[in-house]
Design a protein around this ligand. Structure first.
Ligand SMILES: Cc1cc2nc3c(=O)[nH]c(=O)nc-3n(C[C@H](O)[C@H](O)[C@H](O)COP(=O)(O)OP(=O)(O)OC[C@H]3O[C@@H](n4cnc5c(N)ncnc54)[C@H](O)[C@@H]3O)c2cc1C
Length: 303
């Protein structure tokens, strides 16, 4: 641990060498030098002020469902925003949700109120903050379609309200991916006035279809690679004969070739090596270099 930091702030939400494994859906990775799960904005601001003064790198985490964290862990301060949860719907179908609100919970709440627009989100196990940063999407819908604005905290602790034009949304990316601003909340415009039973039925149908075709029973990060238009990554990997291919305890899912699953006890290095292997094999066969959708965090020196 860095001995030059001086006194850490007196915050019960901050701990040294905090385990990150259980905070990612892959269930791998080393610890955070400092881990904090702030409960409110004041705590977040104190943490940021301390880390900036101590010149510590700062990393933000939502539900950890699109991350591969290195076995060496993450140097500096990791701030996980999943504890901030709230939703506020108005009669016009506008909903403001805190960054840590689970996306599936938000989607179910909207469906039960008869609001359309988030049916696609119910099987995505991330938070609202992560969905905005990643422009999460499925079944032809995505965050960019419904987002009105998001409030972020800039590195100088100034709150900024950003619109979709500021965020430069594209397929699974946004201008927030540099990691310098923390998402506090987001406002979405949904379409109210529908029969809740029908919206719930459509939402459930999408979820069931995903459960039938994707390996929800094993730790993973969802789709590992971005789809290289006009192909899908899963089809290229499957046609390369890699379905079921295993490296250590990491395996290309038998059910969906764009998923890597942790069979139990896999390391981040196993998974990183497998990703590299898939990229090389697919490139040799199809002259397409697959680009990871999963975000790598920490150092991967030995893969
Ligand atoms: C089984 C499974 C299925 C999936 N299916 C889909 C799918 O269909 N479509 C899809 O798009 N994704 C899918 N994913 C991937 C993932 O759920 C999404 O990318 C999700 O939006 C990530 O949200 P998160 O809160 O987990 O973010 P994290 O994984 O924690 O972080 C992702 C990025 O967002 C940043 N971030 C997170 N929260 C904040 C914040 N508050 N402020 C600033 N930065 C922040 C992180 O720094 C990181 O760069 C799936 C994952 C799994 C495990």
């Amino acid at each position: 641990m860095n001995q030059t930091l001086g006194v850490a702030p007196d915050l019960t939400c901050l701990k040294p060498q905090g385990s990150l494994q259980s905070l990612t859906t892959f269930r791998v990775g080393g610890p955070a030098e400092w881990l904090a799960m702030p409960r409110h904005r004041r705590e977040l601001e104190d943490l940021l002020a301390w880390a900036i003064a101590a010149d510590l790198p700062i990393t933000f985490l939502g539900a950890g469902s699109n991350l591969l964290i290195s076995d060496r862990g993450i140097f500096g301060l990791v701030i996980c925003t999943r504890r901030w949860r709230s939703t506020e719907f108005d009669d016009s179908g506008r909903v403001t949700a805190a960054a840590g609100e689970p996306l599936p919970t938000l989607a179910w709440k909207a469906a039960k109120l008869g609001c359309r627009g988030l049916e696609w989100a119910v099987g995505i196990p991330g938070t609202v903050g992560g969905a905005v940063v990643m422009n999460a999407g499925a079944h032809g819908g995505c965050a960019a379609d419904v987002l009105v604005s998001t409030t972020v905290l800039a590195p100088d602790l100034t709150p900024l309200r950003l619109t979709p034009a500021d965020l430069q949304f594209q397929y699974r990316t946004s201008a927030l991916q540099g990691g310098r601003q923390v998402v506090l909340e987001a406002t979405f415009q949904l379409k109210p006035g529908h029969d809740p039973a029908l919206v719930v039925a459509d939402t459930l149908a999408g979820l069931n279809q995903r459960r039938a075709t994707q390996p929800y029973d094993r730790p993973s990060c969802g789709s590992v690679f971005r789809n290289p238009y006009p192909h899908t990554a899963g089809t290229l990997i499957e046609k390369t004969g890699l379905k079921g291919y295993r490296l250590g305890n990491a395996q290309i899912s038998e059910r969906h070739a764009n998923f890597i699953v942790n069979l139990g006890g896999a390391t981040a290095t196993d998974i990183r090596r497998l990703i590299h292997h898939v990229q090389n094999e697919v490139e040799q066969n199809w002259a397409v270099r697959l680009r990871p959708e999963v975000k790598f965090m920490g150092e991967f020196l030995d893969f």
